[in-house]
Design a protein around this ligand. Structure first.
Ligand code: COI
Length: 354
């Protein structure tokens, strides 16, 4: 192996504190984490250490100027072999992290370093992968600038880290989304296609306002006309008209979801027609009024696949739940779950089995 990873294990595991029947999302972390440092133009000191606080300078440049990017991925307990876990499409996350890194003027992570750290961490903490229905191990790889310098410049030093947490569902009911027509998530030529921390921070205020109005999430529209659907605050977006599934085509203001890609490929494999094209709010309203929307759903690693109850615009709410029909979303969810849990073949070769 090109990267020798040193390992310091915990003296005592915290796993007895983990209640698989009551997992929640993102508050409990496994025993260990993976760290590597970027210094003098190269990645060094890859290591597994006990999960714990990092020590940072108050001048840490990521905190001031935002060179901070992340990924979200999941591992699952195999239903085929008791000891095995599957990791879903990790190379795609490694590739997307590097696309974010390039745009944010950060160093790329060699794929073999990403994979070596990931595999070793999961090997050591595999007992934390939940075996309960709907459970998964959520994995958070991320990188941030660590220069202790407050001039604005591309940093010289970075930390790459991976930690993991056992999780249950991110959302547990069909969501009501507000069509956002005042604030924008991203602008052409900006960083909307990256998974940089600032994209999420900038969404918090509009999301909080929407939540005060009784919505669960925001449905972002394009920043120019506020007419073309982009994504929600945490996921990509799909609409189903009978047997045809439509999803907004990717632009450089949108995040290219790996679950989005899996849903498109999986649906086509199952024989559905999927159109990737611009979708206007006017189209969605017309389709809803004509009762032609059979389902709306959203997709993401954390959220997996969740149906929408409906969408609101300018004080009018358009429900798609009057005659709920979740045939398509159920079919694709089952298809993907069966692959991840090794209940079926993996015709796309998406699982890495550990
Ligand atoms: C993910 O789905 O992994 C994300 O990063 C989204 C975040 C809202 C948890």
């Amino acid at each position: 192996m090109r990267f020798e990873i040193t390992v310091e294990k915990v003296k005592e595991s915290r796993i007895s504190e983990f209640d698989p029947q009551n997992i929640g999302f993102g508050k409990m972390f496994t025993d260990h984490m993976f760290l590597a440092d970027y210094k003098n133009g190269e990645w060094t000191n890859p290591r597994i250490v006990p999960y714990g606080n990092l020590s940072l300078s108050p001048a840490t440049s990521a905190i001031h100027y935002g060179q901070s990017i992340f990924e979200g991925m999941k591992a699952f307990a195999s239903s085929k072999n008791n000891h095995d876990i599957t990791i879903f499409r990790p190379s795609d996350n490694a590739a997307r992290l590097n696309r974010s890194a390039v745009r944010m003027a950060m160093p790329e992570i060699p794929e073999d370093l990403f994979m070596a750290g990931l595999h070793q961490l999961l090997e050591i903490d595999r007992a934390w992968v939940p075996r309960t229905e709907g459970g998964a191990l959520y994995i958070r790889p991320y990188m941030f600038a660590t220069d202790d310098y407050i001039g604005v410049k591309v940093a010289d030093n970075y930390c790459f880290a991976i930690f993991a947490c056992p999780v249950g569902p991110y959302y547990n009911k069909a969501l009501r989304v507000k069509v956002e027509d005042e604030f924008s998530r991203a602008a052409p030529g900006g960083v909307g296609f990256t998974k940089c921390a600032g994209n999420y921070g900038a969404a918090l205020y509009p999301t909080a306002l929407a939540q005060k109005e009784g919505y669960d999430q925001i449905l972002w529209t394009d920043p120019i006309e506020h007419e073309w659907v982009e994504e929600t605050g945490t996921t990509n977006f799909f609409a189903v008209y009978g047997k045809t599934v439509v999803t907004p085509s990717l632009t450089n203001t949108m995040l290219a979801g790996i679950t989005r890609d899996s849903v498109i490929k999986g649906l086509r494999h199952l024989g559905y027609t999927v159109e990737e094209r611009p979708i206007s709010i006017t189209e969605l309203i017309e389709k809803q009024q004509a009762a032609e929307i059979s389902e709306l759903f959203i997709t993401g690693t954390a959220a997996t696949l969740m149906n929408l109850d409906g969408f609101g615009r300018n004080g009018t709410y358009y429900s798609v739940m009057e005659t709920p029909n979740h045939e398509v979303s159920t079919a694709i969810k089952t298809f993907l779950d069966n692959i991840k849990l090794q209940k079926s073949d993996d015709p796309m070769g998406w699982n890495v089995v550990l």
